[in-house]
Design a binder for this molecule. Structure first.
Ligand SMILES: [Zn+2]
Length: 158
């Protein structure tokens, strides 16, 4: 007994049970093999494609990640394009911030608070802050935006 995954020309999928592999062919030849849904005679063995995760879009940033037996070049080309656009956008954001925002290092919270209170001239600053400091800033009504992770510069890796 052999079981085949079958598919008709209207893409109905069903299982076919046969005594042996030749039985499938002879049933097809005698027009005995029909789709149980639409009665179509155009039934063929389903080609089993490698299973791809339906969530491939949501894991965009985890690429390049080779799936089982799938070369990376088989990735949906629009995802790749979107990913590289995102990368260059992030690079620009970081470039802009690095050249236009004053780096205050770990004094970020102090500086932001001083400016907020009017003790210091308003300035665009960047720096680091602990979760506790950020909470303190939020309590004072100061908004600090976390920067997205800087993309890896591939040229520097080599
Ligand atoms: Zn059908």
């Amino acid at each position: 007994m052999v079981i085949y995954d079958l598919i008709c020309d209207a893409r109905h999928e069903f299982e076919g049970w046969f005594n042996n592999s030749g039985d499938l062919v002879s049933q097809q030849e005698q027009a005995l093999l029909r789709c149980p849904v639409c009665d179509s005679l155009a039934v063929s063995k389903k080609v089993t494609a490698p299973k791809l995760s339906k969530k491939s879009n949501s894991t965009l940033v985890s690429y390049p990640q080779q799936r089982q037996g799938q070369p990376v070049t088989n990735l949906n080309s629009s995802s790749v394009e979107a990913y590289s656009k995102l990368q260059s956008m992030l690079t620009q954001v970081h470039k802009y911030i690095e050249s236009n925002f004053k780096d205050v290092g770990n004094k970020f919270a102090d500086e932001a608070l001083s400016m907020h209170r009017g003790d210091k001239e308003l300035n665009s600053i960047r720096g680091t802050a602990t979760a506790e400091e950020l909470k303190g800033l939020a309590d004072e009504g100061v908004t600090a935006l976390p920067l997205p992770v800087k993309p890896v510069d591939k040229k520097k890796l080599n």
